[in-house]
Design a protein around this ligand. Structure first.
Ligand code: ADP
Length: 160
């Protein structure tokens, strides 16, 4: 029984994140998407908005029995240990992600030897999608309806 956590800001969830979620549930027995509540980071959407958008998307995809949605504060290793999770899932788009993700994974390994980080490489259609770029393009009037799940797009229309 392998329990995994997919942590992130998800500000907001994109189709790239959703792809990682769908592929992860084919690998892990118990899977939780967990939104980081970091009060020192300026997020566009509030924690509850980010959680709600993910929950609505998971429901729309009919995955509510296979994906848990949660949030956490503080150190990821402490949260993972509380949840008795063995694996952290992260996504990799390009070499630019690698340096940060590599350092993050090594720090977590240093803090908790039992916790493994597993990387899933992005699927090609999502390789250029990031939350911040999607928001920027939307703000400038570009079409992002095909880059985020529908509940996220609706929330963006109301918020931005
Ligand atoms: P962070 O946790 O650094 O704030 P995000 O919330 O944006 O990052 O993303 C969470 C995780 O999902 C990160 O590992 C990130 O690299 C990954 N990710 C983001 N967008 C994509 C994408 N389009 N394809 C694959 N992985 C992605």
């Amino acid at each position: 029984m392998v329990k995994a956590i997919y942590p992130g800001s998800f500000d907001p969830l994109t189709n790239g994140h959703l792809d990682i979620i769908k592929r992860s549930i084919e690998i892990f027995d118990d899977f939780t998407v967990s939104v980081l509540n970091n009060p020192s980071k300026k997020n566009l959407f509030t924690l509850s908005e980010r959680v709600k958008m993910i929950k609505n998307t998971i429901k729309l995809e009919g995955l509510e029995d296979r994906v848990n949605v949660d949030s956490f504060e503080g150190l990821l290793v402490h949260y993972a240990s509380r949840k008795a999770a063995k694996v952290i899932v992260r996504g990799l788009r390009a070499m630019t992600d690698f340096e940060y993700e590599f350092q993050f994974a090594l720090m977590n390994k240093n803090l908790d030897k039992k916790l493994e980080t597993i990387f899933l490489t992005t699927s090609e259609p999502y390789s250029f999608i990031s939350s911040s770029l999607v928001v920027e393009v939307y703000r400038l009037g570009g079409n992002v309806a095909d880059k985020v799940p529908q509940p996220v797009f609706e929330c963006m229309q109301k918020t931005i």
